[in-house]
Structure formats: structure tokens, C-alpha cells
Design a protein around this ligand. Structure first.
Ligand code: NAD
Ligand code: 6OH
Length: 484
């Protein structure tokens, strides 16, 4: 059986305890994972600190940029290995993994190499009352040892999105991948080593949250900053851990995103895109929409078209190039999603598509599959309309004017993202400016330029990452004022 080990101080290391890695497409065990104990986590943090105290701590941004380009090359050279590892952990379909996710993760290293090299800092000349002058120059220094706690939905993209900017800013990292998806973070250790990243700069510890590697890492007093992507409730626990010792924190949390469709929109494009926003990655994408508010004149057409689109996202063999829908990430997560399917039925939802487990042929009959699901008729305040399902599901509701649509879309504890469909650009801008979310797409979804800032309002998080915003989180800015 394949083994997935911790990567500490430049070498792979087993530990006393282990857990199983399951492929959710089949339910089969694909690997045995080393669960880092408290001492392993302490070793990883110590290795990161030692790296910061060594030549890495004095490296230039140009040196680091050159290394990050080599890491990107190394990932692409082993594309098939990364694709196989990610698919075995998640059950994702081949094509989006091979053409999209893994190359995009490699691209993070190139983008942040250039963002880091090219982003200037401010300088100000200050005129003094005596006629003298002073020059203020800002300088970027690393935060130090960064803990990166990662989720399972886009494991390699969301992990490299933290590691690449952390490294370009000169930090050393200890990554704790999700227990559901440990493989690509572990494999990246080989690429880091081959690229010449010094030992201790990139470390990986495997395990769970409370009482395991995640909690050991966030509680470790020698961690300077914690970056977390995952559920809002976990974010609360991590924020408490970060409070001890006043460590910096970045939180990318849950969402309950909404799309708003006006009657004048390009209907075909809206439906094609909103179907992706609801069902892509089996709905396990933080930026996906689980609510659609539709101007009454096109409401019936929208329900019909989204139902048809849901049925076209048929689950299938992930290795088949035509497959667009994989399973949910685990049986545990499926139990949660099925709980929302039941809650929606109990609350009187009309189920136009899905809401059930599909019949899958062997070997997929043991997998964590669900059918893409379309609901209508739920109250705005009902649990399935308020809480994040994180599955392939959308609830469609009519509205009569823009103010009502904005109020309904904003009626959520979350504030991550949303979409607006209209040909009236003035209206689009007006609605976008009044949405309480961190990312808006007009007549589109998921155009994500890695240079742009990204993050949520309200319960969707604290801080922004992406492009120069990442540099702010992963570095300390020091102002040096010199009287001339
Ligand atoms: P999760 O919160 O269950 O787990 C995320 C990570 O935190 C895992 O590595 C887990 O082991 C670790 N963890 C759990 N408890 C911990 C603790 N007490 N201390 C330290 N570490 C702990 O999230 P998930 O289920 O893996 O991911 C799905 C969630 O992530 C969804 O809510 C989704 O919206 C959110 N998400 C948000 C974004 C974003 O950018 N805003 C992106 C992707 C996913
Ligand atoms: C959240 O689950 C996923 C976010 C992914 C991106 O923003 C991206 O740019 O790939």
C-alpha cells in the first residue's frame, strides 16, 4: 500500500500513528498516511525556524523568484504524478484536474515570483518645519514561520496559493493539508527538494484538527502567522489559537454565494455559467453559487433551464475524458449534504432535479456520489437557503426589482462572492457596489486573475490574499525614516 509521509527538514518522515486515505469515487483505501504527533509538528516548526536563521533568511527576492520558477517547472514536469495524486484523493474528473487545477497551482509559483519581484513599496519625502527634509522608505521583511492550514476542495491550488507568496516573501512554511487530501502537498516536497529550496523552508505535517497536527501547529508558540482556508467554525477555533501570542491571521472561510439574473441578460450564457457555478467540482468550490435570484419575467424559464443543466452534469468515471461531475470529497461530507437534501424536503422544497444518490456501476457504487440538485419554494430564512451546503445544489427564487434582489442576496451571514447578469452596465455596477461580498462577477463567473485581491466579508473571512494583497499578509512592512 502506498504511504504518504510527513516532510520535515527536507526529508520524508514516518510517525507513530497512521490513518487511511480513501478515494471518494470508489470508497477504496488508496494510501496510508503518517499522522504527525506533537513532537513531529515541533520538529517541523524548529526546522522552519532554523531555515529562517540560515541563508534563506538573507536571500534576495531575485534568488527566491528564480527558485519558484524552478518549482513551477518541476510540478509541470511531473504533471501526471500530481494529477494522479489529486484524483486519488478527491475523485475529481481527469480533464479539469489535468488541464486546470494542477497547471494553475504550478502557475501560482510563477505569478508570485513576479508579483514579489515587481511590486514596489511606497516612499515619501517629508518637509520639516526647519526647512530640512526626511525620506521615508518602506522595506519588506518576512513574517517568519508561517503555518498554512488547508482544505480538501481544491487541495493543490489552495495550498500553493499560500506557499508561493509565503516563500517569495522569504518565509518558511509548515503546511497542514486536509486529512482527506494529503497527497499533493507531500509530493510537492520532492519537487521543492529537486528545485533547490533549502531544507526546512517547506515542511508538511499530516493529520486532523483538534487533538492532532492542525491544533498542535496553530498552538505552537514559534509560529509567527497562520493562514487558513476552510469552514467558518474552524476559522473561529484557529482565530482563538492565533490570539495566544498575538499571531497574524488570514482567514478564507465559507460562503453562501448568490447570483442575480435580470430579465435583460444573455440568458443562454447566464444559464451555462450558473450551471458551472452550482455544479462544477460537485459544488465544492467556495466561490460557487448556491442561491439564484431571478427577475420574475424569466423565473420559469430559469428553473426549467437549470433543471435541464443539472441533468446534463451526469456523474461518471473520473478517468473518462467526458466526465464533468465527480463525487463529493468523502462519505462524511456526503452525510452532511444528504442532511441538507432532507432538510430542504422537510421545509417544503420542490425538487426539480437530484436530491438523491445516483445509481453508479461498480467500482463507483461504493463512492460518495450525489446528483446535481435544483430546489425552489424554500423560504429565504430556511436552513438550506441560509447555510452553506458545499454540494452541487442551487435554490432559485424570483424577485421584482433590483432593491429586492440586493436585499435577498445580502441576507446571509456570509459575504464571499456573487454574480450579476444584465446588459445594463450602469445597473450592474450599482448592484455590485451594494453587495456585501469580496468578489463580484458581472456576466461571468470564476474569471480569477491570480494578481487580483481575493477574500470575504462578514463570516467569510478576514483579510485578502492574491497578488499584492498576499505580499501584505506574508511580510512585515518596516518604515525607515532618514533625516537628510
Ligand atoms: P475544515 O474547516 O473542516 O478543514 C480545513 C482544515 O482545517 C483541515 O486541514 C483540517 O484538518 C483543519 N482543522 C480542522 N479543525 C482544526 C483546528 N481546530 N485547528 C487547526 N486545524 C484544524 O474545512 P474543509 O471541510 O476542509 O473545507 C471546506 C470549507 O472550506 C467550506 O466551508 C468552504 O467554503 C471553505 N473554503 C473557503 C475558501 C475561501 O477561499 N474562502 C476556499 C475553499 C474552501
Ligand atoms: C475556493 O474554493 C476556490 C478558489 C479558487 C480560486 O480562486 C482560483 O483562483 O483558483
Amino acid at each position: 500500500m502506498r504511504r504518504i509521509l510527513n516532510f520535515i527538514d527536507g526529508d520524508y518522515r514516518d510517525s507513530a500513528r497512521h490513518f487511511d486515505d480513501i478515494n471518494p469515487a470508489t470508497g477504496e483505501k488508496v494510501a496510508i498516511v503518517s499522522e504527525a504527533g506533537e513532537a513531529d509538528v515541533a520538529d517541523a516548526v524548529a526546522a522552519a525556524r532554523a531555515a529562517m536563521n540560515g541563508p534563506w533568511g538573507d536571500s534576495t527576492v531575485e534568488d527566491r523568484a528564480a527558485l519558484l520558477h524552478k518549482v513551477a517547472d518541476g510540478v509541470i514536469a511531473r504533471l501526471d504524478d500530481f494529477v494522479a495524486a489529486e484524483m486519488a484523493d478527491t475523485g475529481k474528473p481527469l480533464m479539469p484536474t489535468k488541464m486546470g487545477e494542477i497547471p494553475r497551482a504550478a502557475e501560482q509559483f510563477r505569478t508570485f515570483a513576479e508579483v514579489g519581484r515587481m511590486t514596489p513599496l511606497e516612499s515619501f519625502e517629508t518637509r520639516l518645519p526647519d526647512g530640512g527634509r526626511a525620506m521615508n522608505v518602506a522595506e519588506r521583511t518576512p513574517k517568519g514561520v508561517v503555518a498554512a492550514i488547508c482544505p480538501w476542495n481544491l487541495p493543490f491550488i489552495l495550498m500553493t496559493w499560500k506557499v508561493a507568496p509565503a516563500l517569495i516573501c522569504g518565509n518558511a512554511v509548515v503546511v497542514k493539508p486536509s486529512e482527506e487530501t494529503p497527497a499533493t502537498a507531500a509530493l510537492l516536497g520532492e519537487v521543492m527538494k529537486a528545485a533547490g529550496i533549502p531544507k526546512g523552508v517547506y515542511n508538511v505535517v499530516h493529520g486532523f484538527g483538534p487533538g492532532s497536527a492542525g491544533a498542535f501547529l496553530t498552538a505552537h508558540p514559534d509560529v509567527d502567522a497562520i493562514t487558513f482556508t476552510g469552514e467558518t467554525r474552524t476559522g473561529e477555533a484557529i482565530m482563538k489559537a492565533a490570539a495566544v501570542g498575538i499571531r497574524d491571521i488570514s482567514l478564507e472561510l465559507g460562503g453562501k454565494n448568490a447570483g442575480i439574473l435580470f430579465a435583460d441578460c444573455d440568458f443562454e450564457a447566464a444559464i451555462r455559467t450558473e450551471a458551472m457555478a452550482a455544479f462544477f467540482n460537485c459544488g465544492q468550490i467556495c466561490l460557487g453559487n448556491e442561491r439564484l435570484y431571478v427577475e420574475r419575467a424569466i423565473y420559469d424559464r430559469t428553473v426549467e433551464a437549470m433543471t435541464k443543466a443539472a441533468k446534463s452534469f451526469a456523474p461518471g468515471d473520473p478517468m473518462d475524458k467526458a466526465t464533468r461531475l465527480g463525487p463529493l470529497s468523502s462519505h462524511g461530507h456526503r452525510d452532511k449534504v444528504l442532511g441538507y437534501f432532507k432538510a430542504a424536503r422537510d421545509a417544503g422544497a420542490e425538487v426539480h432535479a437530484g436530491g438523491v444518490i445516483p445509481d453508479m456501476p461498480a467500482p463507483f457504487d461504493g463512492g460518495a456520489w450525489v446528483e446535481p440538485t435544483v430546489w425552489t419554494g424554500l423560504a429565504q430564512k430556511s436552513v438550506p437557503v441560509q447555510e452553506e451546503v458545499f454540494g452541487p445544489v442551487t435554490h432559485i427564487m424570483p424577485f421584482d426589482d433590483a432593491d429586492e434582489a440586493i436585499a435577498l442576496a445580502n441576507d446571509s451571514p456570509y459575504g464571499l462572492a456573487g454574480t450579476i447578469w444584465t446588459k445594463d452596465m450602469s445597473r450592474a455596477h450599482h448592484v455590485a457596489s451594494r453587495r456585501r461580498v469580496g468578489a463580484l462577477w458581472v456576466n461571468s463567473w470564476m474569471i480569477r486573475d491570480l494578481r487580483t485581491p481575493f477574500g470575504g466579508m462578514k463570516a467569510s473571512g478576514i483579510g485578502r490574499e492574491g497578488g499584492a494583497a498576499s505580499l501584505h499578509f506574508y511580510s512585515e512592512i518596516r518604515n525607515i525614516c532618514t533625516r537628510l
